[in-house]
Design a protein. Structure first.
Length: 132
């Protein structure tokens, strides 16, 4: 699996596999399969921002071994500042897409893809330079 492109501080590939699932459980104390992203409103059941940070961390660390929770938090803060109106919806959509593509969650393969609001052009995630 190649992963799903997501633009945070730079373009990255979000990828989930068994290694990521095991690491998430070690870091967050909950199995990754218990995280359920809801369609359409991109809100999440049982998901706080710390959970999102750890989901992104385990899904991105394959290409950046030095990545940590503090760095992911900084990337999300900068992302949110760039477009507060759109918020984190594109991030949630990318996570859902990567979950589906991973094969770890067979039931998600049957779910329809997330759709944009009718009459609204798909939102492109903002490009954000991280503060040094």
């Amino acid at each position: 699996m190649e992963g799903v492109l997501i633009k945070l501080d730079r373009e990255r590939r979000l990828k989930f596999n068994v290694t990521a699932a095991r690491r998430f459980k070690e870091l967050y104390g909950m199995p990754l399969y218990r995280v359920r992203l809801m369609r359409n409103d991109e809100q999440v059941e049982v998901l706080d921002h710390d959970c999102l940070v750890h989901i992104l961390l385990v899904g991105l660390v394959h290409e950046d071994r030095k990545l940590n929770a503090e760095r992911v938090t900084e990337m999300l803060d900068n992302y949110l500042e760039a477009d507060p109106e759109e918020g984190l919806r594109p991030v949630y959509r990318a996570v859902r897409k990567a979950f589906r593509a991973s094969g770890l969650f067979p039931g998600m393969k049957d779910e329809p893809e997330d759709e944009e609001e009718p009459g609204k052009a798909p939102a492109a995630p903002p490009t954000v330079q991280a503060a040094e």
